[in-house]
Design a protein around this ligand. Structure first.
Ligand code: PGA
Length: 253
């Protein structure tokens, strides 16, 4: 059974002290979780070790990095490698968030390299895909997302692909307060799963968690997560408020 996941994406928010308090509040809520449900805190690099120690005794909670570099090691001042993440016990890493693609020019090919390195070091990538508003308005979002998946993931073996978590994040819904309707989310998730099935077969496609991202809130999470192919969410703004994120965790299927 594939995992249902509530992933918090803190982005470049919160001080160390604020982050520690937020984690404590969320963990203190002790939201009941089943074995197929997972919570992931995607925190800034300087907080990874703290966050990982906070969740060390919590079986349903884990920590993710927000990014890593697409080279193994070397003279890349300011960058963080997959091997470094592995060495501090990180199990997940977000790859190709639309903000990385837009502000840092990350390409599908570079993201393929990041995914290879992460898998090599035993870290599960959370691969983000999704279209901008102009593409949605031109009704070409399916082809756009297919290209992202093909160029960054389709070189993987089935066994490798099963370690990847996909996050569909329509750019027009990120941080805008504008959420895709539950039907729009389900429609794209179903499309992604059937596209994966064409390449890897239905069994592999059915094992992959596909998260929705874009203005998920405590108030809309249950409706969005209800979609048959929606396996939870990658949450920005609402993950910074304990009460909101706890409600999102509680909305997991
Ligand atoms: P948002 O961000 O929930 O603030 O829209 C989602 C994301 O970018 O992962």
């Amino acid at each position: 059974m594939r995992k249902q996941i509530a992933a918090a994406n803190w982005k470049m928010n919160l001080t160390y002290q604020q982050g520690e308090k937020l984690l404590d509040e969320i963990l203190q809520a002790k939201t009941p979780l089943q074995s197929h449900q997972q919570v992931i805190f995607t925190v800034p690099f300087p907080y990874l070790i703290l966050a990982n120690s906070e969740v060390a005794n919590e079986s349903h909670y884990a920590v993710a990095a927000q990014n890593c570099y697409h080279k193994k090691s070397g003279a890349y001042t300011g960058e963080v490698s997959a091997e470094m993440l592995q060495s501090i016990g990180i199990k997940y890493c977000v790859v190709g968030h639309s903000e990385r693609r837009e502000y840092f020019g990350e390409t599908n090919q570079q993201l393929a390299e990041k995914i290879n390195l992460l898998l090599q070091y035993g870290i599960q990538p959370i691969f983000c895909c999704g279209e901008a508003l102009a593409i949605r308005e031109a009704a070409t979002q399916n082809a756009w997302v297919e290209t992202q998946l093909k160029e960054s993931l389709f070189h993987l073996s089935a066994e490798e692909l099963e370690k990847v978590i996909i996050a569909y994040e329509p750019i027009w819904a990120i941080g805008t307060g504008k959420t895709a309707t539950a039907a729009q989310a389900q429609e794209m998730h179903e499309h992604i799963r059937s596209f994966l099935a064409k390449q890897y077969g239905a069994n592999v496609a059915n094992n992959i968690s596909i998260l929705y991202g874009g203005s998920v809130k405590g108030s809309n999470a249950a409706e969005i997560f209800a979609g048959a192919d929606v396996d939870g969410g990658l949450v920005g703004g609402a993950s910074l408020v304990a009460e909101d994120f706890v409600a999102i965790i509680a909305a997991l299927k």
